[in-house]
Design a protein around this ligand. Structure first.
Ligand code: ATP
Length: 261
């Protein structure tokens, strides 16, 4: 079976608890992201969003609960094995290899798959999604703008041909136009590739535009969940995240300030 015929699968998380040493930070989360779906995870600074991503990608071992990719329980697996099964993690702050060229960053992203015919196709698809990278293919990644580095971090993740992609604040510090490009790329990946996308965002408005469902976290728990339309009409969520009535006592802490563009 060729790579692009591989059946896509989703992510299912059940009863997830996690801790740093003895400090418990996640307290029993349940959620599912289906193939062809974008789930946005929003919440205040320190709510535990990054810890959720680290728990599903194998960087932080859950203390309780299960993480499944399709039917496969990967809770006890390390990050490399989880990546090879089909989950790609795009961490906060891009983390491209700055002294390597754009091309070599893509090569490294594909290392969990063989460098075969599929490699050329995946490279072409990633560059078609982000044409700016094609124009800069021989430049050192460190010479790219912040937006281009984010695109490269995503393109590199796609080189492993994942079923599930998880992203930590891809819009952080980027101009609105670039944020729009990043979000529309996620929409394309959902619609044309059937990827399951778990998106952590502080830019709640941008996340609401592209997400199919939204989950709001506060202090390690899910406190609201629904479609963007459902949540936009929830006064608590409006007040905390969408600039709604400030007189409402939401019980949901608002996000940290957006970085300057
Ligand atoms: P942010 O928006 O600031 O990135 P977040 O919602 O992603 O916040 P996490 O980064 O998951 O939240 O942090 C959740 C809690 O875990 C916080 O109380 C944080 O201080 C704590 N924490 C995060 N990383 C570590 C670590 N490496 N060691 C100890 N505690 C940590």
């Amino acid at each position: 079976m060729s790579d692009d015929q591989r059946e896509k699968f989703g992510l299912t998380v059940t009863g997830l608890h996690a801790a740093y040493d003895r400090l418990a930070v996640l307290h029993g989360l349940d959620f599912h992201v289906m193939p062809g779906e974008i789930l946005a995870l929003v919440g205040a600074n320190g709510a535990g969003k990054t810890s959720v991503l680290r728990s599903v990608s194998g960087l932080l071992r859950p203390t309780q609960g299960t993480v499944k990719l399709g039917d496969r329980d990967v809770t006890a697996f390390g990050a490399e094995r989880i990546a090879s099964i089909g989950l790609a993690h795009v961490p906060e702050n891009r983390l491209v290899f700055p002294t390597l060229s754009v091309e070599d960053n893509l090569v490294l992203g594909g290392y969990v798959r063989r460098k075969d015919d599929g490699y050329a196709r995946r490279r072409e698809e990633a560059l078609a999604l982000f044409p700016r990278l094609a124009d800069r293919i021989n430049l050192a990644a460190g010479a790219l703008s912040g937006g281009e580095q984010q695109m490269l971090a995503m393109a590199r993740a796609l080189m492993s041909e994942p079923s599930v992609i998880i992203l930590d604040e891809p819009s952080l510090g980027l101009a609105p136009k670039v944020v729009g490009e990043i979000m529309s790329a996620l929409g394309i990946l959902r619609d044309t590739k059937g990827l399951a996308v778990l998106l952590v965002e502080q830019n709640v408005r941008a996340a609401f535009k592209v997400a199919d469902r939204v989950m709001v976290m506060d202090r390690g728990k899910v406190v609201a969940e629904g479609t963007p339309a459902d949540l936009a009409s929830d006064e608590r969520v409006r007040a905390a995240y969408l600039g709604g009535s400030s007189t409402s006592s939401s019980g949901i802490a608002g996000p940290k300030a957006q970085a300057a563009h």
